[in-house]
Design a protein around this ligand. Structure first.
Ligand code: ADP
Ligand code: MG
Ligand code: MG
Length: 211
């Protein structure tokens, strides 16, 4: 049975940071269409600080990885996404508890706690054109695949497909949360930046924890 330990979670966060850095211009371009053109810059500044913090003082437990990631994002990322991602990682840390390693259902519980954190902080509903529209289907797909007896790697690949579909489904949506909602109907026809970055988080999990 798969175990997700401190090193694996650190690798997940590092891979997320790498994808954010590589996708920085895309995320900013998406945010320039329906927001204030800073999502790539915000997330890259935050994740660069996270990676530096983890490298300077390597964490010793899964919860430590997640807590330090959340705290760094809260302090370094402004706007909507800092508190949203920060709360997600802090909730994940709380769900990881004192465990030295997570099994597959334990990791799924941690990811769902992150989703619950996004909901608690931003009050998004399905169809509001936010990161929720990619993350919620991914977490549901992960739970479903694990309940069906699939190994973690396969379940994470199913989660990634669900996230990608959810991200793509934000294109025609009219935004009801965040800055994009100020545009009303004019927000339709554009992919949501946060749904795009959170799909990178799921992609990083599939790559690093899915082997
Ligand atoms: P800001 O809009 O403050 O400039 P960012 O550009 O970094 O912040 O992040 C924008 C993203 O945050 C959006 O694309 C959306 O996915 C997400 N977002 C905004 N408001 C909410 C909310 N209330 N709930 C969930 N996600 C939200
Ligand atoms: Mg923005
Ligand atoms: Mg902003």
């Amino acid at each position: 049975t798969a175990t997700v330990d401190t090193a694996a979670l650190t690798a997940w966060v590092r891979e997320f940071g790498r994808l954010i850095a590589a996708g920085r211009d895309l995320l900013t371009e998406l945010d320039s269409a329906i927001g204030d053109a800073d999502h790539g810059v915000n997330m890259d500044r935050g994740m660069t600080a996270v990676l530096a913090a983890l490298a300077a003082d390597p964490p010793t437990t899964p919860a430590d990885v997640l807590k330090r990631t959340g705290m760094t994002l809260v302090s370094k990322v402004g706007g909507a996404s800092g508190p949203l991602y920060g709360t997600a990682f802090l909730r994940m840390a709380a769900a990881a508890g004192a465990a030295d390693a997570l099994d597959a259902p334990g990791y799924a519980k941690v990811l769902r706690a992150g989703l619950d954190g996004v909901v608690a902080r931003g009050k998004p509903a399905a169809g509001d054109k936010t990161m929720y529209d990619a993350l919620a289907p991914a977490v549901d797909a992960l739970d479903e695949a694990l309940a069906a007896g699939r190994p973690l790697g396969e379940a994470l690949r199913a989660a990634l497909r669900a996230a990608e579909q959810g991200r793509d489904a934000t294109i025609p949506m009219v935004a009801r949360k965040g800055r994009a909602s100020y545009l009303g109907e004019r927000s339709a026809g554009h992919q949501d930046p946060g749904a795009t970055s959170v799909t990178m988080l799921v992609s990083a999990a599939a790559t690093v924890l899915g082997g």
